[in-house]
Ligand binder design. Sequence first.
Ligand code: TXA
Ligand code: MG
Length: 338
Amino acid sequence: MWAFIVPKGDRDGRFPQLKRDVMDSVTTRTFASDAQGLGDAAAVLAQGGLVAFPTETVYGLGVDARNSDAVARLYAAKGRPAFNPLIVHVPSFEAAARYVVFDKVAEDLAQAFWPGALTFVLPLRADAGISPLVTAGLDTLAVRVPDHPVARQLLEAFDGPIAAPSANPSGQVSPTKAAHVADQMDGRIDGIVDGGDCAVGLESTIVATQPVPTLLRAGGVPSEAIEAALGRPLAQAGDAAAPTSPGQLASHYAPQGSVRLNAVEIASDETLLGFGAVDGAALNLSPAGDLIEAAARLFDALHQLNAMGAQKIAVSPIPDHGIGAAINDRLRRAAAPR
Ligand code: TXA
Ligand code: MG
């Protein structure tokens, strides 16, 4: 049914016609995170369906990474530009090595941080069998071994590579609860595995190791920890010799209201998203000033601000170290012109 799709999309790289078809036709089932529910979810994936599932970072929208028709439906359901490639989730280092070529640096970092919130962009193997839509035609592939029992059991039940972007419409706030997925994607996807709240709450850190070890996206594993394991600093995307990531769009994670950062005073028409011991906050990411707690709450707070109808959101300053760097990255994109 989707065979006419080519990895180009329209002028903006999207698939408008598919998006309409998908939105018209799908009943979204809910799967429990027990053996029966995960078996049913795996069967839907095997038939080319779209199933959201929890990882320790955010909920992913999973699809069989080898099935181009299914991957095209995934791009359509998210309204995602076709130039923005996907992360493939696998159960182990050995499984990842079937699809990409590990160098020594990547192997050492995988040893240190997998399973976990670290994604590697590495050369794609010629015989990997991954749909070219997953890589957006690049000769590299992003891979991750998640550390969430439900994600791991789903990978085991499905027994294949699962491509999974965050389970939100492109450009909007990522989901950290099954209810966030249902609110945003109901009627566009085949199912949701409910596995509770995501513990980390921000997406994985993305690293490329060639030609130099480079941070492509700040995320759940702080760059300081990666640099400590490497014994040297990471290059930053944008540095002269560094590779880039096509999906790092300036405007992303956008709530409905406008966002103003580093607010130490608020106007009467603003809603304060606080951090630390501040007065007058409608919501506080962590009254105690704990960055890990703030990361876990960030996206839920943005979803709640949407539900409250907040038009002008002011956000307290957040320290830029550890996972604070990833929080500030997401907030800068949430605040960017749309
Ligand atoms: O924590 C996560 O990473 C979550 C969970 C579900 O695993 N997934 C996630 O996927 O955040 P997504 O699609 O929202 O973000 C994937 C990012 C995009 O910025 C994309 O451009 C980048 O990974 N990416 C994927 N493949 C790439 C490649 N071959 N080269 C460079 N960047 C790549
Ligand atoms: Mg995303």
